[in-house]
Design a protein. Structure first.
Length: 259
């Protein structure tokens, strides 16, 4: 009888876990999001996920446009919405999940070759106290290409950016900031380590007929159990301080996990 009772208890526990697992699987860390969608021609924002406060709690979410720039083939400027704030009421669910849609705005992409917008979403209680805050950025870029090449023949990893239609006059040239992150694992029994994103180099280039090319780095590489790299390139104007282009790329130099 004790064994059967134990089995019944285990079965009941498993059934309870199976019933609750979809909700648990659906839980995500709290984050803000923004999309600059050239298909719908809309910019949309929101927050979603579990943010660690009580269930069924009424909140206010402030969506502030922290910064944003756009560029055409001949000019660039701050986006008009910079500094604006939109406040939306929301309420967490019984599982402390919060999903709130923020502002939406038309996205007339026909004249843009680059667009970026950064939003900060601040969750406050009804009395105005800050509970948590998150940021998100969207980029739309059709004139900047970033490549990262893992070349075993030369045993190098090379990062490069190519751009076109940078026709706006730049008396100080264009600044290119290179950021880098590496994930590596020496052997199957060693832990994998990821180096956080950090600034690797800054370069200055001058467009020629609107075209730019820059090699961020070409570094020696050695074969490991696993090694991958990611780079980010940001093109900006030292003269105006505006971001005019950006891109990211990843390559895997070695991967022996399935050998």
């Amino acid at each position: 009888m004790r064994l059967s009772a134990l089995l019944a208890s285990v079965v009941g526990l498993l059934a309870a876990l199976l019933l609750t697992s979809p909700a648990a699987a659906a839980a995500t860390s709290f984050h803000a999001w923004i999309t600059c969608d050239p298909v719908t021609n809309k910019i949309a924002t929101g927050v979603t996920g579990q943010y660690g406060v009580a269930a069924n709690t009424a909140v206010k979410v402030e969506f502030k446009v922290e910064s944003g720039y756009y560029a055409t083939a001949t000019t660039s400027a701050k986006i008009p919405a910079t500094g604006s704030t939109t406040t939306v009421a929301g309420k967490s669910t019984a599982s402390s999940d919060l999903t709130v849609k923020g502002y939406t705005r038309d996205f007339p992409i026909s004249g843009y070759i680059f667009y970026t917008e950064k939003v900060t979403a601040t969750v406050k209680n009804t009395a105005g106290g800050i509970l948590t805050s998150r940021t998100a950025t969207c980029d739309y870029d059709r004139h900047t290409t970033v490549t990262l090449t893992c070349d075993h023949d030369t045993q190098t990893i090379t990062a490069r950016v190519d751009g076109v239609q940078f026709n706006e006059p730049q008396p100080m040239g264009l600044g290119i900031k290179w950021e880098r992150s590496t994930t590596s694992q020496n052997s199957a029994t060693d832990p994998a380590f990821t180096m956080q994103r950090f600034t690797w180099a800054t370069h200055t280039v001058s467009p020629v007929n609107g075209t730019i090319t820059d090699v961020g780095f070409s570094s020696p590489a050695t074969d490991r159990y696993y090694q991958s790299q990611t780079v980010w390139a940001t093109v900006s104007s030292p003269y105006t301080g505006r971001t005019l282009g950006s891109g990211t790329a990843t390559c895997v130099y070695s991967d022996h996990r399935n050998d």
